[in-house]
Design a protein around this ligand. Structure first.
Ligand code: HEM
Length: 391
């Protein structure tokens, strides 16, 4: 590896260009690549897997203030054991396969309603009509705030996502404005109501969850609400958008799935591999390490390119093909290791029901105002007009 092959100062992705072309170049020329001061990007499946597996060497505590010890690392996703283990144990208790499966009738009802309205429109906006509202309705229902204001949730979620870089990495919360305060006031009040009068919602369950280490604190409960609203929404929006993107590019696969709807779970997995909704996560080296001849120093941070790993030629046969016969699909769209996605069963259920509702009604889908560069954003594009040819 020579410095000439590096893309110092960035991922080498031009705005508006297809990120997968850059990932391919990285895997070929600079799979462990210094992309900025104290920042690396890792592009190959094997390395991505090894990093996610080894949380002792590659920590999820990546925030500048947490690294310097100025503030303790908070939350679950950007934390390590033992705090992560405690929080994850608690959320899993309230997030069991049974709880997820119980959402099926509500998800089906939302899908029926949203798909019918969407297909009544000429060239609808897929994001506004289905991909955004479905996950937000589902999570709001699970949090017991189904009557809440979707537009407000969307605004909070967008602001939090847009500021995740500066607020997490540099501790700069200035872009968040009043969002955290508004969010905490809204859910804080809801928590008080549920303490007084528990119901069967996920949030009420989380309040009741008690393990040997005790109950979740108010701050931890608010963190979960924020995590579920943000992590659970934009990504599932991305899954729905990306499934349609795949079917617009591979119309034969669409026909195959239409002819055999039992292929839907396989199609969902392959769509997750093909266009990962959450393109990258981040880790910090806890000691000096060497990876493919590159020396990563203690406390340097690493962009773990999940989307690139999922197209690695050494891990997947013909990775640029969308295939329904891949057999075991070991994509890392949901991450891997101790932080692997808690919400994966819910996302799979939502994606599957959305496809099962929509596909029998359409012959083809064409994306009308596509911008490949927006795939990099966690929820994909903010709007995407599509043309459906109806059955
Ligand atoms: C297609 C949709 C989704 C994708 C692609 C996705 C992706 C991911 C990934 C890659 C991680 C690991 C991050 C890391 O290792 O740093 C993760 C973690 C997580 N996800 Fe998801 N996610 C999706 C849907 C959801 C949903 C629906 C929920 C909840 C309602 C959710 C909740 C979480 C939580 C709580 C974590 C943190 C787990 C931990 O730190 O142990 N996700 N997700």
């Amino acid at each position: 590896m020579t410095t000439e092959t590096r893309y110092e100062g960035g991922l080498g992705i031009e705005p508006g260009s297809d990120p997968y072309e850059s990932y391919e170049r990285m895997r070929r020329d600079a799979p462990v690549n210094r992309v900025g001061e104290g920042f690396w990007a890792v592009a190959k499946f094997e390395d991505v897997n090894a990093i996610l597996r080894d949380w002792q060497t590659f920590s999820s505590i990546v925030g500048a203030k947490a690294i310097s010890g100025e503030v303790p690392a908070s939350g679950m996703i950007f934390n390590d054991p033992p705090i992560h283990t405690r929080l994850r144990g608690m959320i899993q208790k309230a997030f069991t396969p049974r709880v997820v499966e119980e959402q099926r009738p509500a998800i089906q009802a939302y899908c029926d309603e949203l798909v019918e309205k969407m297909l009544a429109e000429e060239d609808p906006d897929l994001v506004a009509s289905l991909a955004y509202p479905l996950p937000v309705m589902v999570i709001a229902n699970m949090l017991g705030v189904a009557d809440g204001d979707m537009a407000v949730f969307k605004r909070w979620s967008d602001v939090i996502i847009q500021n995740i870089g500066p607020s997490l990495l540099n501790g700069d919360d200035s872009g968040l404005g009043d969002t955290n305060a508004e969010f905490n006031a809204y859910f804080g009040e809801r928590l008080e109501e549920l303490r007084r009068q528990p119901d069967d919602s996920l949030l009420s369950g989380l309040i009741q969850v008690e393990t040997e280490e005790g109950k979740l604190t108010r701050d931890e409960l608010l963190m979960f609400c924020r995590l579920l609203l943000v992590a659970g929404n934009e990504t599932t929006t991305g899954l729905i958008v990306n499934s349609m993107r795949v079917f617009s590019e591979f119309p034969d696969a669409l026909q195959q799935v239409k002819e055999d709807l039992d292929l839907i779970p396989v199609a969902v997995e392959e769509a997750l591999r093909y266009y990962a909704p959450f393109q990258a996560t981040i880790r910090r080296a806890t000691k000096d390490v060497e990876l493919r001849g590159q020396k990563i120093a203690k406390d340097e941070r690493i962009l773990v390119l999940l989307a690139s790993a999922n197209r690695d030629e050494e891990a997947f046969e013909n990775p640029k093909d969308f295939r329904l016969d891949r057999g075991r699909n070991r994509h890392v769209a949901f991450g891997f290791g101790i932080h692997s996605c808690v919400g994966a069963p819910l996302a799979r259920l939502e994606g599957g029901i959305a496809l099962a509702t929509l596909l029998p009604k359409i012959r083809s889908v064409t994306l009308l105002d596509d911008d490949a560069g927006e795939m990099l954003l966690p929820g994909g594009p903010n709007s995407l007009r599509v043309h459906f040819e109806l059955e």
